[in-house]
Ligand binder design. Structure first.
Ligand code: FES
Ligand code: FES
Length: 239
């Protein structure tokens, strides 16, 4: 499978079907900035952004819970995690706003909030998001100690103008350069006996895959199945 992490091309030839994006980032990539809180999709501490082209060709920035997203789901995408945001010595505008407006105390939730703000920064386009849109964008992130007012203020301040960061400047060309597998038969990964991940974009191929793997689980997303698998349940096949 191939994807971009930040602007770095990544190619992985073998992986467990139930490896999560969070496990890959922290344990294999060695980047602990993305936090594990609840490990069940509830707190938002593990939020990352996954970039995919929309139907109109524009890039869509989606905030994703890395603890319940499979590594295989990244094939052909751009993964952006909190370590990718800084540009040299400069913080990203959403990070700087969190600093300036005192949006963090203990900091455990902060990388997740920052990534949700980063998705909003790109997805709100040329218009400033309303307070309701900010609350919607931050609805999956929990903070126990700062309080939400300064975080909402940081969102309103940093997302008020059209995005002007290195991602918006160079993203499209590099994204497509690194993700040339769009529209093709997608990814198959296997690392241990009984572990298989396959994803197909062509419905006919998906059906033939399902026919040979009837005893396996088929998922769209991750959510409930990943909660089931991760406490150590049996390996699964995911289509
Ligand atoms: S660690 Fe809580 S949502 Fe992922
Ligand atoms: S800053 Fe401590 S949980 Fe949010």
């Amino acid at each position: 499978m191939r994807f971009l992490h930040g602007f770095d091309p990544v190619e992985i030839t073998g992986f467990d079907a139930d490896t999560t994006v969070l496990e890959w980032l922290r344990e294999e990539r060695g980047q602990p900035g993305t936090k594990e809180g609840c490990a069940s999709g509830d707190c938002g501490a593990c939020t990352v952004v996954v970039v995919r082209p929309g139907e109109d060709g524009t890039l869509r920035y989606s905030a994703v819970n890395a603890c319940i997203a499979t590594l295989g789901s990244l094939h052909g995408c751009q993964l952006i995690s909190v370590e990718n945001l800084r540009d040299g010595e400069s913080l990203h505008p959403v990070q700087q706003a969190m600093v300036d407006l005192h949006g963090s105390q203990c900091g455990f939730c902060t990388p997740g909030f920052v990534m949700s703000l980063f998705a909003l920064y790109h997805d709100s386009g040329a218009t400033s998001p309303s307070r309701e849109q900010v609350l919607e964008a931050l609805g999956g992130n929990l903070c126990r100690c700062t309080g939400y007012r300064p975080i909402v203020e940081a969102a309103l301040a940093s997302c008020a103008a059209p995005p002007r960061d290195r991602f918006s400047a160079a993203a499209r060309a590099r994204h497509h350069h690194g993700c040339s597998a769009w529209g093709h038969c997608r990814v198959t990964g296997t690392a241990t006996a009984g572990s298989l991940y396959t994803a197909q974009r062509v419905p006919r191929r998906w059906r033939s895959c399902w026919l040979v793997s009837r005893r396996r689980a088929c998922i769209a997303g991750g959510t409930d199945l990943l909660l089931d698998v991760h406490p150590g349940a049996a390996r699964r096949c995911q289509c």
